[in-house]
Design a protein around this ligand. Structure first.
Ligand SMILES: NC(=O)c1ccc[n+]([C@@H]2O[C@H](COP(=O)([O-])OP(=O)(O)OC[C@H]3O[C@@H](n4cnc5c(N)ncnc54)[C@H](OP(=O)(O)O)[C@@H]3O)[C@@H](O)[C@H]2O)c1
Length: 307
């Protein structure tokens, strides 16, 4: 194949579920006039702020957002930045909301749900939880109601609108509710559904923890280039841009990673020399072990939440 033929060509014809660049169908966005009267964010931290910002940028009415957080400075900042209603008590926000978005740390999820149990059976909201490791069954048990629950596992780049989120819906969730939840998470990046809740632990191991693997790769590349004589700031800039550029090729070209890799690996060339060293040293097996360890840890954390 000629060099020109092997060059990188974004393929606009291919459908990629990259919702950062694609627009979400209007029906999928929760609407203050539609089936979601209001969304109650339980927890107003980093993730809630990103999701609220993403929703409002996509046209969701701030009058349809309530946020609960115990910290007055957080409440004041959210009200000032977004014009949303803020509350110190969960019940005050949840009472007239059809969607409860659980965005607290996993350690406080049980307490928060127990405080809302009296309301849950009556209100029967859709509960959308981003609390890592907390299962849909735990949420239903703590709320003392078999309410529909969607678990979402976003990752840190969601804070920049470049997240990757895996979603799972419990049996009680309707098709419309799946669309609503997807519309919310799509406001901060790409989404993908899994149909077995245990696979959320694999999502956590892949995309939830994944940014840290890329950061480690960048660190190791920088350090190695430094040892070969490259000034630290040059190594840092080139390593970071390489991660960004390779990520963009993965999301925008529509090609598999293996195809992209093959295209930049000329027989007998520099890349091949490096890849043979990596693969010969057990790179792929090591990553497989790393993901297995992360998935197992995710499952353990779920069990601990009940202890
Ligand atoms: N950040 C990520 O990249 C990421 C990725 C995947 C999943 N998640 C999950 O998303 C959830 C939120 O993460 P985050 O990074 O946004 O955490 P965060 O910034 O700590 O936000 C949690 C917020 O909830 C508040 N809170 C504590 N107790 C509360 C209560 N009883 N009622 C209402 N609010 C309460 C906390 O207040 P105080 O600080 O005063 O306690 C804090 O402002 C976590 O479960 C995390 O596992 C996060």
């Amino acid at each position: 194949m000629s060099r020109a033929a092997m060059a990188y060509h974004p393929d606009p014809g291919r459908t990629i579920r990259n919702t950062m660049t694609a627009s979400i169908p209007a029906a999928a966005l929760p609407s203050a006039n539609g089936p979601v009267a209001a969304i109650a964010f339980i927890g107003g931290g980093n993730m809630a702020r990103s999701l609220i910002g993403g929703l409002l940028r996509r046209g969701f009415d701030p009058a349809g957002v309530r946020v609960v957080d115990p910290e007055p400075t957080i409440r004041a900042a959210l009200a000032a930045d977004f014009g949303v209603r803020v509350h110190a008590e969960a019940a005050a926000a949840a009472v007239d909301s059809t969607l409860w978005l659980l965005a607290v740390k996993p350690q406080v999820a049980r307490t928060v749900c127990r405080a809302l149990a009296a309301l849950a059976g009556e209100a029967r909201p859709l509960v959308l939880s981003i609390a890592a490791g907390i299962t849909s069954t735990q949420i239903q048990r703590w709320l003392e109601a078999d309410v529909p629950v969607i678990r979402a596992m976003p990752n840190t780049p969601a804070l920049l609108g470049a997240g990757a989120t895996g979603l799972f819906a419990s049996a009680q969730v309707s098709a419309a509710q799946r669309e609503q939840a997807e519309g919310i998470l799509a406001a901060v990046g790409t989404t993908a559904w899994v149909d077995d809740e245990a696979l959320i632990d694999v999502v956590t191991a892949l995309s939830g923890s994944g940014p840290a693997y890329v950061f480690l790769l960048a660190e190791a590349m920088q350090a190695a280039a430094g040892k070969l004589g490259l000034p630290a700031e040059v190594a840092r800039a080139l390593a970071a841009q390489t991660c960004l550029g390779a990520g963009r090729m993965l999301t925008e070209s529509g090609e598999d990673a293996a195809v992209l890799r093959a295209r930049v690996t000329s027989p007998g060339g520099t890349t091949q020399a490096a890849l043979e060293t990596l693969i010969g040293g057990g790179f792929e097996a090591l990553l497989a072990s790393a993901l297995r360890a992360a998935a197992q840890r995710g499952a353990e954390l779920s069990r601990q939440a009940d202890a």
